[in-house]
Design a protein around this ligand. Structure first.
Ligand code: ZN
Length: 257
């Protein structure tokens, strides 16, 4: 498996997942058609499959145009069929998705939207997390609450630590600046922030991350950190010692950051 990050719109990523044996590819979150097809041409592969993580326009905005141009199967949450354009294959938690010789497993991870799913490739150790887990961040809670997002993130956090994490936006620098504010003495955060700034200055991506890196740097996986808890409590005293309230407080602080 080869993964090509395709920058689209302002700061979104589509991903081309290439099966190098059969020369076919799936596109994760087809927001724009032309950049994706261009990447496929450059790779010399045929796009056969769309893997939609959630219904937001900046993730599915190209489904209709792509399906009008080439024959594709479009996967997405079966319970979100009214909101995922051109859906052909509705899936749910635990379902298998196959294209070429590659196989993904569906994880149901609601909260950013009520129908959000991830695509996990256990053999290749890669997970496509859309707008649920970002490098050093998580998505806004548009259709869910803090407890639900914690549960969804815990599902991703349970994957092996060398699993690569491909997320839906290039938000890494801003996310790490926020993480550094909450945990100023966390060296992993400071180091990754310096690295991410250098990468962006050179016009390079900061994806993929890994589960191990996220455990060390992502505030939304680190509500157990005493330094983070103190930082959040200093700004929002009412969160007390409750994990869900501290998580919700962290999300609120990030919304305003
Ligand atoms: Zn979204």
């Amino acid at each position: 498996m080869r993964v090509v990050a395709v920058p689209v719109l302002q700061d979104n990523y589509s991903y081309l997942i290439v099966d190098e044996d059969e020369r076919v590819a799936a596109v994760v979150d087809c927001a724009e058609v032309e950049p994706v097809l261009q990447a496929a041409r450059a790779e010399g592969v045929t796009v056969t499959t769309v893997l939609s993580t959630h219904h937001h326009y900046d993730h599915v905005g190209g489904n209709e145009e792509l399906a009008g141009k080439i024959p594709v199967r479009v996967y997405g949450n079966a319970d979100d069929s009214a909101r995922i354009p051109k859906l052909t294959d509705g899936v749910r938690e635990g379902d298998a998705v196959r294209f070429g010789r590659l196989q993904a497993e569906v994880l149901f991870i609601p909260a950013h939207t009520s129908g959000h799913i991830a695509y996990h490739f256990p053999r290749e150790k890669a997970v496509f997390t859309g707008d649920t887990m970002f490098a050093a961040g998580c998505g806004r809670l548009f259709e869910g609450d803090p407890a639900q997002m914690m549960k969804s993130l815990a599902k991703i956090d349970a994957l092996p630590e060398d699993t690569r994490v491909y997320c839906g936006h290039e938000y890494t620098v801003k996310n790490l600046e926020f993480a550094h504010m909450l945990e100023p003495s966390n060296a992993a955060i400071a180091d990754k922030l310096a690295w991410a700034k250098a990468r962006r200055a050179q016009g390079q991506t900061t994806v993929p991350s890994t589960i191990g890196s996220e455990r060390a740097t992502n505030p939304f996986l680190r509500t157990g950190s005493p330094e983070l808890r103190d930082s959040v409590r200093r700004r929002i005293p009412s969160v007390g010692e409750d994990d869900v309230l501290i998580f919700g407080g962290t999300r609120k602080l990030k919304d305003d950051f």
